[in-house]
Design a protein around this ligand. Structure first.
Ligand SMILES: CC(C)(COP(=O)(O)OP(=O)(O)OC[C@H]1O[C@@H](n2cnc3c(N)ncnc32)[C@H](O)[C@@H]1OP(=O)(O)O)[C@@H](O)C(=O)NCCC(=O)NCCS
Length: 169
């Protein structure tokens, strides 16, 4: 499987069903994301995709959405300079550089759209994700101890941040 057979592009409203399927697939694993059920309907997902404040990228492989990343800008005047990042790639397609490429595109979009501070949250048990975020320049901002119960163990909520304007490619 060649890395260049993955297409990464900005999501459009007609991707809604594929994004829901991808998110539900990853949520069903129950170990990486807080929610185990993706709550948006196709209509709700389309509304998100039409919001010009946010960025959603998808990775398409053989016509199917196998990864998605969302950057959601702060809703209020007081936090519009910030955004939160979420990402999910279905298991067979992990470790092939897709996550890295989607997040790099996301950081670039933040820089071009005046986002000063990009935040994310990750379980302390998710070592692969933390290692990727560190490689991309995210740093530890905080740690909420025992915030989540994952597979019968308490894990910390790791808060990480990057300042896109200062990020060098
Ligand atoms: C975390 C996630 C987004 C990373 O995306 P990915 O496409 O798998 O990662 P990449 O292939 O771009 O890997 C880049 C780096 O991540 C780390 N990494 C990714 N997969 C890894 C693995 N299986 N083992 C060790 N390190 C790994 C490495 O540091 C790697 O760098 P390298 O290629 O120089 O070794 C993806 O694995 C995923 O969606 N996981 C499940 C859902 C999830 O955890 N979402 C994030 C919740 S905060």
């Amino acid at each position: 499987m060649e890395e260049n057979s993955y297409e990464i592009r900005v999501a459009v409203p007609s991707d809604a069903a594929g994004i829901i399927k991808c998110m539900q697939n990853v949520m069903s694993e129950k170990i990486y994301l807080v929610s185990e059920i993706y709550l948006y309907t196709e209509r709700g997902q389309k509304d998100i995709l039409r919001n010009p404040d946010d960025l959603t990228l998808v990775t398409v492989f053989n016509g199917e959405i196998v990864g998605t990343m969302n950057i959601q800008r702060g809703f209020y005047k007081k936090n519009r300079h910030t955004a939160n990042l979420g990402i999910a790639i279905v298991s067979e397609h992990r470790g092939k550089g897709i996550g890295k490429r989607m997040i790099e595109n996301g950081i670039k979009w933040c820089r071009e759209n005046g986002i000063i501070k990009l935040n994310l949250e990750v379980f302390s048990s998710n070592e692969n994700a933390i290692s990727l975020y560190k490689k991309l320049g995210f740093t530890l901002e905080g740690q909420r101890k025992g915030q989540f119960l994952v597979e019968n163990s308490y894990v910390d909520d790791i808060l990480m941040t990057i300042y896109p304007m200062e990020h060098k490619e």
